[in-house]
Design a protein around this ligand. Structure first.
Ligand code: KG4
Ligand code: ZN
Length: 346
């Protein structure tokens, strides 16, 4: 019988629970977002997020078990995100998982949220080790060589903002709705990417490090210059700024992906994270991967963004590999690559 594991995720602003089987079947994946709770503050407020997780996680677990038609006693283990993330939210999940494990006697496995994202291509597409992946979301941006359930090598990543964060900030600067990724992408579709010259930070620097904060500042200056000169922005100005900004992000991600594949060739290149929803980014990365002879894998969006199925799956990978569960320590920072120092955006 394949293993069946309950996963719990609460490291940012999504409360999630899922039941996943070792034969790669997602029996249930419940995600309750919190965008509405944080909308008025222009970003995720840690205290509000932690309270919302504490209120909602019970319900997420009940809903996941009901959808999967599974009882706690039928499970083989409980896997919970133990970091990195907002510590109040992580603790909400860890405390719930500890309580469930104590009540049932089930083994409890603490999962690194980034390992969850990084192992997702194996859940969705059965990708064999090794593979290369780009994790690109509102909180993360890094290239990882994935060599085993616990074998992650970080090739480089952002030295400041993550691209999703830059999309969100650009949307805010232009008065567009949050989350900024989808709204900026929609504006960009009717904009001219060549009208405004925006920087491609670190494009010429060797290696896979990236930077997106200067690009965001360049958009701020451009907006202020246009507002100063004309008294406001027209809808076409907004669309052209979005198109120029998105083109810069696409070019940086594509160039660094080509470099990562040259430094660490792999048969498969996968993306995960909310920014992978962007059509222009996806298309560019697919082209780069194929040019390097790698198969391109992009998991379905609901498993690319934060979810608990990836946490349950990472638990299954650990159990299947015979890795002993370590004592759970909730950690706000937890670099995946154990040789790496904690880094911004990791
Ligand atoms: O993976 P995710 O749901 O959460 C974490 O950040 O961990 O990613 C959310 C991020 C947000 O910053 C959002 O603006 C961005 O992904 N995003 C996009 C698109 N859809 C979501 N960015 C660019 N284009 C999109 N279509
Ligand atoms: Zn994430």
């Amino acid at each position: 019988m394949p293993l069946t594991v309950l996963g719990i995720e609460s490291s940012c602003d999504d409360s999630a629970a899922a039941v996943v089987r070792g034969d790669r079947t997602v029996l249930a994946s419940v995600v309750e977002g919190q965008t509405g709770l944080h909308a008025a503050f222009g970003g995720v407020v840690p205290e509000i997020a932690a309270r919302a997780h504490a209120e909602r996680l019970d319900h997420c677990v009940e809903a996941a078990l009901a959808t999967a038609d599974t009882h706690l006693r039928d499970l083989d283990a409980i896997a919970v995100t133990a970091g990195p993330g907002l510590i109040g939210g992580v603790l909400s999940g860890v405390m719930l998982a500890r309580g469930l494990a104590a009540a049932t006697g089930l083994p409890l496995i603490g999962i690194n949220h980034l390992a969850g994202h990084a192992l997702t291509p194996r859940l969705t597409d059965g990708v064999p080790f090794p593979y290369l992946m780009l994790l690109v979301s509102g909180g993360h941006c890094q290239f990882l060589a994935v060599e085993g359930p616990d074998g992650f090598r970080r090739l480089g990543g952002t030295i400041d903002d993550a691209p999703g964060e830059a999309f969100d900030k650009v949307a805010k600067l232009l008065g567009l709705a949050q989350p900024g990724g989808p709204t900026v992408e929609a504006e960009a579709l009717r904009g001219d990417p060549r009208r405004f010259a925006l920087p491609r930070p670190l494009l010429d620097r060797p290696g896979c490090e990236m930077s997106f904060s200067g690009l965001k500042t360049a958009v701020l200056r451009l907006r202020d210059d246009l507002v100063g000169a004309k008294g406001g922005l027209t809808p076409q100005d907004r669309a052209d700024i979005c198109a120029g900004f998105q083109a810069a992000v696409v070019e940086v991600l594509a160039a660094k992906t080509a470099r990562a594949l040259a430094l660490s060739p792999a048969p498969t290149f996968a993306v995960a994270g909310g920014v992978a929803a962007n059509g222009a980014i996806r298309a560019a990365l697919q082209q780069v991967a194929q040019a390097a002879g790698a198969t391109f894998v992009a998991p379905p969006l609901q498993l690319c963004t934060d979810n608990a199925a990836m946490i349950a799956w990472a638990g299954i990978e650990q159990l299947s590999a015979g890795m002993p569960p370590e004592p759970i320590i909730a950690r706000p920072r937890w670099p995946l690559d154990s040789n790496a120092a904690p880094m911004l955006g990791s």
